[in-house]
Design a protein around this ligand. Structure first.
Ligand SMILES: [Zn+2]
Length: 308
């Protein structure tokens, strides 16, 4: 304790608290247990006739974010962008956020997190079971998106599957352990999407190539209300939006990914349409504003709660 640094305000609050505490029975004065840091595990809102739920399927702290999000930035540029947005240049918080859309007739899950247990728990927190999912849409085939698909048996026993045709072809040809474990067993059950293909009425695939060869975003519209599911077109809410041309470790084709980023960000800023980004800070829902030569992420507050 460093009492000389206690402010007058602290001392006054401390003094004011004593009489109230003294009047309580002894048992009520026991210290309540600390519960640990926590986030609400889902966010649900209406989009026209659809219900949209973002699911927190995982979060973790990752050191040295410049080695991921700013490969071609100088340390000074990276530090300046971090400081301007009140985040540390030395560590980033990662989020993994699958999205569930209940159209009223179908329950559609976009991406599946890191593991079957993780996505089942995330669904349960939002009130759903895996066997209620009618369709699983895979935006692209990185492990943090396909990890929940399969383990000995399909996680989603009653689901049909959709993914981009370019994405399926790429991984079918090149393969890797994740694809063999999570997609290959279900491969025959996939419907393949191209740019402009409807997943269902009101949900349309958009080619957003670059992060992976066939990475897809989705345009969602119900009763005139719009939303973009951006998946991994931008992987950090500050670095990828303020500096769309900064190279990202995980982008397979860095130039194509930057081009896709600028195209989608420009559309979102111009149309003022909200988006869900798989790696945006949970609940992963926000808007895009023009800022300098790049963009700014504006987290959603109550826009989706206004009753019309
Ligand atoms: Zn990802």
């Amino acid at each position: 304790m460093n009492t000389p640094h206690l402010s007058r305000r602290h001392l006054m609050l401390g003094a004011a608290a004593i009489p109230a505490a003294a009047s309580l029975p002894l048992s009520a004065r026991a210290e309540a247990p600390q519960m640990g840091a926590a986030l609400p595990p889902y966010r649900r809102f209406k989009l026209g006739a659809f219900e949209v739920t973002t699911l927190l399927a995982g979060t973790r702290t990752v050191p040295e974010p410049q080695k991921i999000f700013g490969l071609n930035a100088t340390p000074e540029e990276f530090a300046a962008a971090s400081e301007a947005n009140f985040i540390s240049p030395d560590a980033a918080q990662f989020f993994f956020t699958p999205t569930l859309i209940n159209t009223g007739s179908e329950l559609i899950l976009f991406d599946t997190g890191l593991s079957p247990d993780g996505i089942v728990a995330a669904l349960a927190a939002a009130g759903y079971t895996a066997d209620q999912v009618d369709r699983v849409v895979v935006t692209h085939m990185h492990g943090d998106h396909i990890g929940g698909m399969y383990s000995d048996a399909p996680t989603f026993a009653n689901a049909a599957y959709s993914t981009g045709s370019v994405e399926m072809d790429h991984w079918d040809m090149s393969g890797n352990d994740g694809f063999e474990a999570k997609i290959r067993p279900l491969q025959d059950r996939f419907d393949l999407l191209d740019d402009g293909t409807d997943v269902t009425s009101g949900i349309t695939a958009m080619a957003a190539f670059g992060h992976t060869p066939g990475h897809m975003a989705f345009h969602v519209e119900s009763e005139g209300e719009r939303l973009i599911l951006g998946a991994d077109f931008a992987n950090h809410y500050v670095y990828s939006l303020a500096h769309p041309d900064w190279e990202v470790l995980y982008d397979a084709d860095k130039a194509a990914a930057a081009q896709t980023r600028r195209k989608l960000l420009d559309m979102m800023a111009t149309d003022r349409v909200p988006f869900i980004g798989y790696h945006m800070p949970f609940p992963a829902l926000g808007y895009v504003a023009n800022r300098d030569s790049g963009y700014e992420y504006v987290p959603s507050s109550y826009q989706m709660m206004i009753e019309t």
